[in-house]
Write a protein that binds this ligand. Structure first.
Ligand SMILES: CC(C)(COP(=O)(O)OP(=O)(O)OC[C@H]1O[C@@H](n2cnc3c(N)ncnc32)[C@H](O)[C@@H]1OP(=O)(O)O)[C@@H](O)C(=O)NCCC(=O)NCCS
Length: 183
């Protein structure tokens, strides 16, 4: 099953749909300052994830969220997200995102989860392109994207207002025909 699980030396990273017990983790990302990392933009409605989960389990045709499971006990380590975009008619793409809980960072989970999500999206949708944005100071995400098979495309100037001012972002992409990071 492409994009569901990756095992290396008995260490498994898995993607699965959100379940009700995971909603507490989503609420934490909305209300604990900085838990989500550099994307922290102030307190957000913690009820939004509960309402969204009730509508479609956070899986629509246009966007979705999957829980990243890791460790021997297969606990929820964070989540990945995807959202549809379009550069031109018949030129659809996905933009992906990720946030792991702090205790799961730097343990080889993030790059594998993003590589799994690419396998999943390329297997189940015909898109040619998956993109991801990150911050110039987010070295873990830059390296994680590169390990997941992404290439840096360039700097997107003043694309986000964060921590008091407009800031540049880095845009990465992985194309369907790019080399797989598992090979
Ligand atoms: C960004 C994030 C997803 C990366 O996942 P991760 O599991 O921590 O990273 P990995 O363990 O898969 O590491 C991937 C690579 O990055 C490197 N890396 C990890 N942490 C690093 C750090 N603090 N500084 C420099 N490199 C780092 C690893 O060494 C590895 O490269 P290597 O194999 O060449 O050594 C994760 O740290 C996270 O959720 N951070 C908070 C939320 C966030 O920033 N999301 C992205 C927003 S754009």
């Amino acid at each position: 099953m492409p994009g569901i699980a990756h095992e290396s030396d008995g260490d498994v990273v898995r993607l699965r749909p959100v379940t009700e017990p995971d909603l507490a983790m989503f609420r934490r990302f909305c209300t604990e300052p900085g838990l989500i990392g550099l994307d922290w933009g102030g307190f957000r409605d913690p009820g939004e994830s509960v309402r969204r989960f009730a509508v479609d389990g956070m899986l629509s045709a246009q966007d979705g969220r999957l829980v990243v499971e890791a460790g021997p006990d297969a606990v929820a380590a964070g989540f990945v997200s995807y959202r549809a975009g379009q550069y031109a008619p018949r030129a659809d793409y996905w933009e992906i995102g990720i946030a792991l809980l702090p205790q799961w960072r730097g343990r080889g989970v993030g790059w594998r989860a993003q590589a799994l999500l690419c396998d999943y999206l390329f297997a189940h949708t015909p898109v040619q392109r998956i993109q991801a944005g990150t911050h110039p100071e987010n070295l873990p995400e830059q390296r994680s994207l590169e390990k997941a098979g992404f290439q840096l495309e360039g700097v997107v100037r003043a694309c986000e207002f964060r921590a008091g001012r407009w800031r540049d972002g880095y845009l990465y992409s992985r194309l369907r025909d790019d080399p797989s990071p598992w090979d």
